[in-house]
Design a protein around this ligand. Structure first.
Ligand code: SF4
Length: 360
């Protein structure tokens, strides 16, 4: 299809549809580079409904780039708690400081310059360029891949590099000069509301006419993808160590999974190992603490992207009482009062356990 035909049959109907059907979302009230940046980083791997309260809380506390740059990393992390992918927070903090201290407080209106900033990859840079600055840049996320694979009836796996390049090229051809802000959002909105992964509502779709897979009756078979891997089941045990009314918590290392978050000590249960024995072993290996397991608190199940975790939690105490930890895994530790749990950021399963402890 020629570019002008693509614009006439796909881009224009999409932009018009977006104009009347777009959801009222808080980051659509103003298209400042700061609000686009924060919302796009939050929306990576996270559903819109889940992001909204986080975004509103964030903007209330940090209405400007400057307020982020002068805040403590701990505070940013606390506001982010529960959204996962915590390295995003570190990058936001670093980037805010660079923009403020080295770039005069202004986001660069240039793709290559944006790509030099920590945590800003091609997608986020494209989002800032097109949605904030309304420059003619395409945006390709999971929604756009699905829609274009259906419209153009792409029979090859969308995981292949050549297919990805083809989709990027199509997204580029679809850009209406001067309308990138609306076209890119229209594609994403169509993917969220109409052209959904399962059972797309084609009868309401503004681009049903040019959609090849609709006419061929194969919308459910597009896009072509490898079957997703099953979440790996993991059994873990954690210990709530109490002394003189205080709780022991430790901070995870600055790199790796759930970096910098606080947690109760513990770890994976080995094959054939009892949870209580695993706990005694983990306290010894991680902290050189000798403990006595007192009683079971609960068993929680928690799903992460690639893992399904069964977490056994126990109350425990130090035997003898006057031991100091030697940190082999954690970067820091604290003995805190129960009312201070709010002041630290914890992984989701630990936070569920804390909510339970507070009620006990
Ligand atoms: Fe998606 Fe159906 Fe629209 Fe095609 S017609 S783009 S499959 S919603």
């Amino acid at each position: 299809m020629e570019t002008s035909l693509l614009h006439h049959q796909i881009s224009l109907p999409l932009v018009n549809w977006f104009d009347t059907h777009q959801r009222k979302l808080p980051w659509r009230e103003e298209y400042s580079p700061y609000s686009v940046w924060i919302s796009e980083i939050m929306l990576q791997q996270t559903q819109v409904d889940r992001v909204i309260p986080y975004y509103l809380r964030w903007m209330q506390r940090f209405p400007t780039l400057e307020s982020v740059s002068i805040a403590s990393y701990e505070e940013l992390l606390r506001l982010w708690e529960g959204m996962g992918y915590y390295s995003r927070v570190k990058f936001i903090h670093k980037t805010s400081k660079i923009i403020l201290n080295q770039l005069g407080g202004q986001f660069p209106e240039n793709l290559d310059e944006l790509l030099k900033l920590p945590g800003i990859g091609p997608y986020t840079a494209g989002a800032i360029m097109s949605i904030a600055f309304n420059q003619n840049y395409p945006l390709v996320d999971g929604n756009v891949i699905r829609i274009l694979a259906r419209i153009f009836n792409i029979e090859n796996s969308v995981e292949r590099r050549e297919t990805k390049n083809y989709i990027w090229k199509k997204a580029e051809e679809l850009i209406l000069p001067g309308k990138a802000r609306w076209l890119n959002q229209a594609l994403m909105e169509l993917g969220a509301l109409i052209c959904t992964p399962k059972s797309p509502t084609c009868y309401e779709c503004p681009v049903q006419k040019p959609c090849l897979s609709f006419h061929l009756g194969c919308t459910e078979q597009r896009p072509v993808v490898q079957p997703s891997k099953k979440a790996i089941p993991i059994k873990v045990v954690v210990g709530v160590l109490q002394k003189d009314g205080l709780f022991f918590i430790q901070q995870r290392p600055a790199n790796g999974l759930m970096a910098d978050l606080w947690e109760f000590p513990g770890g994976k249960i080995n094959q054939g190992e009892k949870p209580e024995d695993a706990l005694v072993r983990e306290f010894q290996e991680e902290l050189q603490f000798s403990i006595q397991v007192e009683k079971k608190i609960t068993t929680l199940k928690h799903g992460y992207t690639n893992f399904s975790v069964t977490l056994h939690a126990y109350l425990c105490k130090l035997i003898p009482e006057n031991q100091s930890p030697i940190l082999h895994f954690a970067s820091d530790y604290r003995w805190i009062k129960s009312e201070d749990f709010r002041a630290y950021a914890f992984p989701a399963a630990n936070r569920r356990l804390i909510n339970l402890l507070i009620k006990l």
